[in-house]
Design a protein around this ligand. Structure first.
Ligand SMILES: NC(=O)c1ccc[n+]([C@@H]2O[C@H](COP(=O)([O-])OP(=O)(O)OC[C@H]3O[C@@H](n4cnc5c(N)ncnc54)[C@H](OP(=O)(O)O)[C@@H]3O)[C@@H](O)[C@H]2O)c1
Length: 333
């Protein structure tokens, strides 16, 4: 599907973008892969590894509509991964987070429509489901913009969908590198905000593969959610450093005890497929199908029970200490 196609990745120098690029280059022969992001150093460093002739590096900010318009000329597929994603930074700098995550999303939509891009997938997060922090709220607003964009694409037929998933094991600024740093500094304890805390847990490669697959599945308007395991934070700490005591330090502002990916209130338009869920739009589409029970690959889902919630606490699939340790080892973290 990506052979001889031009793909643009906003936030292409981030953890997701690099893994996506690596996977595209391994599995396909794209015409061009355009990396769109702000920092020239990150682009320079990425070029040292990814320098195939199809690679293009484009300095730009998703807040800059004209630059995005220019970057999307001749593009077939867009993955929108650029975001400000640190919860505390968003709380302290709300307008910066809004400008990148919401205004940036709007600019991506306009540029995609203007350039008749075929398909766009925007990355979202479990924090966008019933959000309690600004990061999550901006990502929910972004999800809504991408879903609604399917109604304004009209005859151009650009399709917009969203992929929502949970914590990526070992990603920049996340808990595993934080624990590793403390251990390297010979900490006498590992801090955990709440001993009961659970999180959804996905590897970067699983996230990338899920996005790749959804380009084939999508009709436009869906929020795709993978079925993935949960972990308890205390089990993670034991898997990383069984001999270091755990200290509870109190829940942080904007932090949930458990995360949700499919909220209860969306249950009446959520479908369960074999390895994922789809939340259909709350709005009606006027010029395309409103049936999200069957996807473009012919896979069929069944409506979930009313009141169903996909929650990291009630998830049927949990990794134990041994499984977490094995996963970390397989990832080299
Ligand atoms: N990591 C997770 O645990 C996780 C979980 C669920 C969902 N997600 C979502 O997945 C996506 C990718 O996350 P990630 O882990 O790859 O993030 P990341 O490693 O922090 O990378 C973010 C990327 O966005 C770029 N960026 C930031 N602001 C930008 C702007 N205004 N204009 C253009 N580019 C900008 C950054 O490069 P520059 O700074 O150079 O611009 C970088 O390339 C995000 O949308 C995030 O919300 C992540």
């Amino acid at each position: 599907m990506f052979d001889n196609k031009t793909i643009l990745i906003t936030g292409g120098t981030g953890s997701f973008g690099k893994k996506y690029t690596e996977t595209l280059l391994r599995l396909y022969r794209p015409k061009k892969i355009i990396i769109f992001s702000r920092d020239e150093l990150k682009q320079f460093e990425m070029q040292q590894t990814y320098n195939d002739s199809c690679m293009r590096y484009f300095i730009g900010d998703v807040r800059d509509k004209e630059r995005l318009n220019m970057a999307m000329r001749g593009v077939d597929y867009v993955i929108h991964a650029a975001a400000l994603k640190q919860v505390p930074a968003a709380e302290y700098n709300p307008m910066e987070c809004i400008k990148t995550n919401i205004n940036g999303a709007e600019n991506v939509i306009h540029a995609a429509l203007h350039n008749q891009v075929k398909k766009v997938i925007a990355l979202s997060t479990d924090k966008a489901a019933s959000p309690i922090n600004l990061y999550g709220a901006t990502k929910l607003a972004s999800d809504k913009l991408f879903v609604a964009a399917n109604n304004i694409s009209g005859s151009q037929d650009t399709q917009f969908s969203v992929v929502r998933y949970g914590n990526v094991v070992g990603s920049r600024g996340s808990v595993v590198p934080f624990f590793k740093k403390l251990i390297a500094e010979q900490t006498d304890h590992l801090p955990i905000t709440h001993l009961e805390m659970t999180r959804f847990w996905i590897t970067l490669q699983q996230g990338v593969d899920f996005v790749l697959k959804n380009f084939a599945r999508m009709s436009g308007g869906e929020i795709f959610i993978p079925k993935i395991p949960s972990i308890k934070l205390t089990e993670l700490a034991k898997a990383i450093a069984p001999d270091i005591p755990i200290k509870e330090i109190g829940i942080r502002p904007g932090e949930k005890l458990h995360e949700v990916m499919c909220p209860q209130d969306d249950s009446y338009h959520t479908f369960e497929f074999e390895d994922h869920f789809v939340i259909g739009p709350t709005i009606r589409f006027y010029s395309r199908s409103n049936d999200f029970s069957t996807n473009q690959l012919g896979e069929t889902g069944k409506p979930v029970e009313h009141g169903f919630e996909y929650n990291s606490l009630t998830n049927e699939d949990f990794l134990n200490v041994e499984q977490i340790a094995q996963l970390n080892e397989s990832l080299g973290i």
